[in-house]
Each structure stands twice: as structure tokens, then as C-alpha cells.
Design a protein around this ligand. Structure first.
Ligand code: NAI
Ligand code: MG
Length: 358
């Protein structure tokens, strides 16, 4: 079975970290004979420079025929003076909306070897491994009407609309239950059903979908409580599912429990299982070109890709174990460096993961 992966290195440290991740992908592809074919494309600032658009049609065409996309990061000071609609970030948003990548998977994993990187006590967070699933293409970020209007009393009023249709809730709920089935079979749905009618409907639909997943233990939590619980006792959660805005906030909060954005991957999936995989961090212009960026978030994005779009869980596990092994060996890029560890470059970290695969 052949599968196609589109590689979009993007800007800043993107090309450096993606190069290491592609080496790892190539290695497991060969080792396990996965039949993966890769091709490269342009997105972001580099695409603006070459083709005048952050998301050229040629890239979109490649994206449509790919089973999965691996993205580095986009953006940087060079393009910051462009009007909003022409910015590198528009390339990402275009991919998300045109491919209907509505399900955003944001794991927060704290490797025991890095437990002191968290601002929380090691005994609360060491071994943390949770997955937040954020609805990505609906909710208040996209609801109409929206804008700033003039009121009769002379002042202006800003407004947005928080909407979710039953079908939008149902598909994100299914994505969350499917994910829970691959993990610990525990799902917590986060809403504000005591105040917002839209999330009252959310809760009702999630309950309905749960009938199709009798093995998954479902719970519900109000978002304010969920925020508290995340910092009080984050290991009580396995999979959480929530809407676009709550998910934006909670997933960043959970990410920081781990103390390192250089370690965290993400996935954005559509109904066909097609997905875009990327580290949660940006293009880090401050360290671009220095060869010191941490490639592990991107390497772990490859692992997610194998698991969630290419149906190769053994290959994914191989990569996860290799990453664990290099951390055990005490190898650290600058961002996760600690006393007694050995500091390595981007490429040396890639080399170490490749070696640990064997
Ligand atoms: P950033 O995530 O790029 O950097 C924040 C800090 O973390 C910087 O000090 C950076 O050096 C460090 N850092 C990030 N990734 C790292 C890695 N792999 N290894 C070591 N250190 C790392 O966020 P920032 O500075 O706010 O944004 C920079 C540019 O990236 C902007 O143009 C922004 O729009 C863009 N951006 C793009 C995203 C994407 O492509 N998905 C997401 C977030 C920001
Ligand atoms: Mg955010």
C-alpha cells in the first residue's frame, strides 16, 4: 500500500528541523518497508518570495493528493509588514480550511527525563501524557455575524458569534472517541453548558455519540474547572475534547505543563483521515540558521503522522521509543539543556534518533 507525504519545510528553523524529521521518516520507511513516497512543496514566506503567494496553487494541488503533510513552521520578521491577508500565516490557515482539517490533536507529554523543565512540581507532572482535541474550523473564531458596529448612543460595539451545528459537534466527537479508543479509553468533554446554549447542545451530541463507543468512559467538565484541574492534577486526564476557543487556551496551558515547546508535536485531521502534522512552536527567527533548534517536536510529528494518517502504529512506536532513548542517553538541545546533560546540535540530535532506531 503506497502512501504520499507532502513535506513543507517553511521558514526560519523550519527547513533545519524538517530535514532531521525527514531523515527519520526515510529510515523507518526503509526499515519497515512502508511504501511511503515524499515530495516537497512551498508554503509561507518562502512561497511568497518564490511565487508571490503564501499558499501557491501548485502546493495546494500536492496537498490534495497527499495522505499526510509534514510542516515545519511559517513566518518571520521579513514578512511582518505585509497586510494580514498576504502573510505567511495565511498559508497555514488556507491549508486548514481547504482541507477541512477540523480535528486538532495536541498531545502534552512530559518525558520523565525532563520533569524539572515544568514549572509544576515533578511529583505532579512527571510522566504526564494527555491529548487535547480541539475543534479547529468552527465555533466563535469563524461564526457569523462578526464585526464592530456603531450603536445609536454613539459608542461602538464589538461582537462575535459562537455557533456549532450538530454535524460539526458530531464529527469532532467521533474523532475524539476514535482517539480515546487508541489510548486509555477515557474521554473528558469540556464545555460551559451551565451558561452557553451552544455548549449545552455540544454536551447533548457528545452524549449521543458516546452510545457508539460503549468501551470509552465519558465525563464532562466546565471549562473553568478544567483549567484549574489541568494545573492541579493534570494526570487525571487522558483525552479531552473541546471547541475551538476553549481548546486554543487549554492546549497552550497543557503544553506549558511540559515546560518545553521544542518537544511538542500536533496533528490536524479531516474526516478522511488526511492530516497535517507540525510542531506546536513557530519559526523561531531568533535561532534560525544556527543549527541549535530542537528537532524532536517535528520528529514526534512524524510519529503522529504514522499513527493517525498512515496507519503504521508500530513505526510510530519505534520513533517514540528512539526519542525516549536519546533522552535517556542525556542528549539535549540548548532549549532543554540541564546540568550534567550533553548539549547537541539539531543535526546531532537527528543522528542520535536515527541510531536509536536500530
Ligand atoms: P516561536 O515558537 O517561533 O518561538 C518562541 C521561542 O521559543 C523563541 O525563543 C524560540 O527560539 C524558541 N523555540 C521555538 N521552537 C524551538 C525549537 N524547536 N528549539 C528551540 N527553541 C525553540 O514563537 P514566536 O517567536 O512568537 O514566533 C516566531 C514566528 O513564528 C512568527 O512569525 C510567528 O507568526 C510564527 N509562528 C508560526 C507558527 C506556525 O507555523 N505554526 C506558530 C507560531 C508562531
Ligand atoms: Mg494558541
Amino acid at each position: 500500500m503506497m502512501s504520499k507525504v507532502l513535506i513543507l519545510p517553511g521558514d526560519g528553523i523550519g527547513p533545519e528541523i524538517v530535514a532531521e524529521a525527514v531523515r527519520v521518516l526515510d529510515a523507518v520507511n526503509q526499515k519497515l518497508d512502508l511504501g511511503i513516497e515524499t515530495e516537497q512543496g512551498l508554503v509561507g514566506g518562502i512561497a511568497i518570495d518564490a511565487e508571490g503567494s503564501p499558499l501557491p496553487e501548485s502546493t495546494m494541488e500536492k496537498a490534495r493528493r497527499a495522505d499526510a503533510i509534514l510542516l515545519g513552521a511559517v513566518g518571520g520578521p521579513k514578512w511582518e509588514s505585509l497586510p494580514m491577508v498576504q502573510r505567511p500565516e495565511k498559508g497555514l490557515l488556507g491549508l486548514r480550511s481547504q482541507l477541512e482539517l477540523f480535528s486538532n490533536l495536541r498531545p502534552a507529554i512530559l518525558y520523565p527525563q525532563l520533569a524539572d523543565a515544568s514549572s509544576l512540581k515533578p511529583e505532579i507532572v512527571a510522566g504526564l501524557d494527555l491529548m487535547i482535541i480541539r475543534e479547529l474550523t468552527g465555533g466563535i473564531y469563524f461564526g457569523q455575524p462578526r464585526g464592530v458596529r456603531q450603536l445609536e448612543d454613539g459608542q461602538r460595539q464589538g461582537y462575535n458569534t459562537y455557533v456549532y451545528s450538530e454535524s460539526e459537534i458530531e464529527r469532532i466527537a467521533r474523532s475524539a472517541f476514535d482517539t480515546a479508543m487508541r489510548r486509555d479509553k477515557r474521554l473528558c468533554s469540556v464545555d460551559k453548558a451551565n451558561v452557553l446554549e451552544v455548549t449545552e447542545l455540544w454536551r447533548e451530541v457528545v452524549e449521543r455519540v458516546s452510545a457508539d463507543y460503549p468501551e470509552v468512559e465519558l465525563s464532562h467538565m466546565y471549562v473553568d474547572n478544567a483549567a484549574m484541574q489541568l494545573v492541579r492534577n493534570p494526570r487525571q486526564f487522558d483525552v479531552m475534547v473541546t471547541g475551538n476557543m476553549f481548546g486554543d487556551i487549554l492546549s497552550d496551558c497543557a503544553a506549558m505543563l511540559t515546560g518545553s515547546i521544542g518537544m511538542l508535536p500536533s496533528a490536524s485531521l479531516n474526516a478522511k483521515g488526511q492530516g497535517m502534522y507540525e510542531p506546536i512552536h513557530g519559526s523561531a527567527p531568533d535561532i534560525a540558521g544556527k543549527g541549535i533548534a530542537n528537532p524532536l517536536a517535528t520528529i514526534l510529528s512524524v510519529s503522529m503522522m504514522l499513527r493517525y494518517s498512515l496507519n503504521q502504529p508500530e513505526a510510530a512506536q519505534l520513533i517514540d521509543q528512539a526519542v525516549g532513548r536519546v533522552l535517556d542517553q542525556g542528549l539535549r538541545t540548548a532549549d532543554i539543556m540541564s546540568e550534567g546533560a550533553q548539549q547537541v546540535s539539531t543535526q546531532q540530535m537527528g543522528d542520535a534518533v536515527l541510531q536509536a532506531l536500530d
